[in-house]
Design a protein around this ligand. Sequence first.
Ligand SMILES: O=c1ccn([C@@H]2O[C@H](COP(=O)(O)OP(=O)(O)O[C@H]3O[C@H](CO)[C@@H](O)[C@H](O)[C@H]3O)[C@@H](O)[C@H]2O)c(=O)[nH]1
Length: 438
Amino acid sequence: MVELAKLLVHRHSTLVISLVIITSPSTATAAVTRYADSLAAAATPRVSLLRLRGEDDPSLPAGNAAVSMIESQRTRVREALLEFTPTARLAGFVLDMFCTSMLDVAEELGVPSYLFFPSGAAFLGFTFHIQTLHAAAAESTEAELVFPGLVRPLPGKVLPSGLLHEEWAAASYRMARDFRKSKGILVNTVKELESYAVDSLSRTENPKVYPVGPIGEKSRREDDETIEWLDQQPESSVVFLCFGSMGAFRGEQVREIASALEGSGHRFLWSLRRPGEGGPWASPTDYEDVREVLPEGFLDRTAEVGRVMGWVPQAAVLAHKSIGGFVSHCGWNSTLESVWFGVPMATWPMYAEQQFNAFLLVEELEIATEVRMDYRSESEEVVSAEELERGIRSLMEDCSRKGRMKGFSDLVRGALTDGGSSSSSIAEFIGDVSNNDL
Ligand SMILES: O=c1ccn([C@@H]2O[C@H](COP(=O)(O)OP(=O)(O)O[C@H]3O[C@H](CO)[C@@H](O)[C@H](O)[C@H]3O)[C@@H](O)[C@H]2O)c(=O)[nH]1
């Protein structure tokens, strides 16, 4: 800052600069004091020095303590500047990057603030970029974020729920930092499904990525009453609704879903579960009797065309030829299962990264239709029967996504065959592991 001040006065013949130096007992080391003394001795009418001394707050970690100590000096800076420059016209503040708490003071004094960023432009750009990501998430704005893993800009409204809360965001950053310490990352995906993202990851300094998916059981025939009922339904005629291990509904939302299903006229299989007791993260349970939440007479009216179940054998259901579409919360396992069996999806995300997945499915891969891409269960908003019915009709009646889904299904199944991309990645991983010095 001192050198910047010298440069400025050198370039302008009447400019006057007051340098404010704020220290505290812990920051006023002998060297700092010596340096400040030398500046004071060399002060000229055009570069003068204003020294303030604050107190340390031992309860704060060092970095925060310095920023907070500076912040505590706002009133004194204001008073000192008014006293110090009574006759001169104050033109503006130039702030060190840790002194942004002085922005308010400048505003009170009616002058503009500038920032001195002591690092390079690329780093400044990077600093802005991560802040944009975070701000967009926190404010859930309509902002779009260009992000290397996706072809299209990512709307702020589909950012992972984890970035919406300050404390979770901090944990996400910590996790990402720790991921980078690994030697490689095995990812439950298929290169052909996410080729753009896999390629973009491989072009970075991040650990090596091995796309080894889809992991999980694929087609287990379950001899239970659900499958027996599906056996009696025409091919591709049944819409399947299932919302993962934590998906559950009650009250008004259940009635809207029921009304959408009846309104759509399509056959259905609905996995309906009761929210767990004991907070939002308690596991759902099956309703003892779904009649207690369903609209009066619903089960009787739909007895010929639909089934309402609790937990269902999802993979076996998706494997069944009578299933024509899947309304899903877009959990990654459900997504891969749907792709594996070539069942088109309609997106109704709830939490975690499901909104992001919904965007990937609807906009990037074009294999899903949208009920919602940005729904969040924490909002407790009710999705209306009309909205859901529209989504179900589009899923079951518009065949345009079916061909694309079939194409991806073939690619994903091919990945795990001999010589397929995931098999090769697994082999590569094993090769790399074996070559490590253990
Ligand atoms: O009635 C049901 C409901 C679910 N499943 C199975 O349970 C799994 C559910 O997995 P997933 O679709 O990934 O959903 P979540 O359980 O919600 O998974 C969590 O973990 C995933 C990553 O593993 C994230 O993508 C999700 O957002 C996060 O919610 C799948 O294999 C389903 O086949 C059933 O068999 N029957």
